[in-house]
Design a protein around this ligand. Sequence first.
Ligand SMILES: *Cc1c(COP(=O)(O)O)cnc(C)c1O
Length: 380
Amino acid sequence: MKIASRLVSFDPAPGDRFRPISTPIYQTATFEQEFSDQFGDYDYSRSGNPTRAVVEKQIASLENGTHGYCFSSGMAAITTATKLLQNGEEILADNDLYGGTCRLFTKVLKRTGISAKYADACDLENFERQITPKTKLIYVESPTNPLLRVVDLRKLAAMAHAHDALLCVDNSTMSPYLQNPLDLGADVVLHSGTKFLGGHHDVTAGSIVVKDKALAEQIYFVQNAEGNALAPFDCYLLLRGMKTLKLRLDCQQKNAQAIAEYLDQHKSIQRVFYPGLKNDRGYELQRSQARGAGAVLSFTTGSVALSKAIAENARLFRITVSFGSVNSSISVPGNMSHASVPVELMAQRDLPKDLVRISVGIEDEEDLLADLDRAILSFR
Ligand SMILES: *Cc1c(COP(=O)(O)O)cnc(C)c1O
């Protein structure tokens, strides 16, 4: 089956004799056992819950993996993935990462004896030179957020494996509808389900998908041992959101393309970052590894004051951190989502101060274009 069908046709409640068509919220912490010396399918919701099992199976299937795990947030999923490493080992990450991921790697992980190094993963030769025998995890996003740089996932997977390391890809900006990193050679794919998977900004969630049994066992062990799994009601919301993933993204992506083209020819806009534009540096690579350019884009204006005015004067684009919802949103990452990047790292990253990021929603294209046009013109 193709994706639109797969998103809605799955067993919503395995084993439920009432055969509900929507997955029930099994709001229970514990499950009664028939025998005192053996367990049934479920015993305790931290270890396993039927609502969670449905959404975990669905996300694993959409990513063409074998095992999926859902967590209380994207950060909880990322934290769990880092538990694949031991004290003394290293992560090599691309330097255009989600701010919270940088903060976790630099300020929290360091205390546990795992270190992180950053380099530009678009420059493959230099990136490979940063690998040491201690490097066990290569960690990237593609396209990156907020600069929409496309990194070569096939080549990075080959590079990781040549050095006996794993490739972990944060696929939040694409979703499994547009890109499947496991098919390109990655070992671990993770999502902030808060973004496109949930799609309505009404749930905070994260997920990990793998295709290797030994990795799956390690991830499950940590999920159960640390107790960071997604709660039943949030699993329900995530699953409900995922059913319309294709519908939403088809519309959001079409709107995003129109907006990118409009901004690209606008005299008040300096540079547009969107891999769906033919003149974008990542256009060809994006086409070779993904099925679309997504619905997040960013641009510079040459003036921090103008960028601020656009964000504040737009009405359909609400100022919010985060992306991926049915509503359009706008942010100035240097001031907002990336304020969590430690100062020393911010200096190494070339994040323009006047950069505006937008996430395009499902509103009407004409309304979105008119709103941006008005917001740009309102600055004098
Ligand atoms: C939002 C985000 C995260 C963190 O996810 P939460 O659900 O907010 O914890 C991680 N990676 C990327 C790329 C994100 O955009």
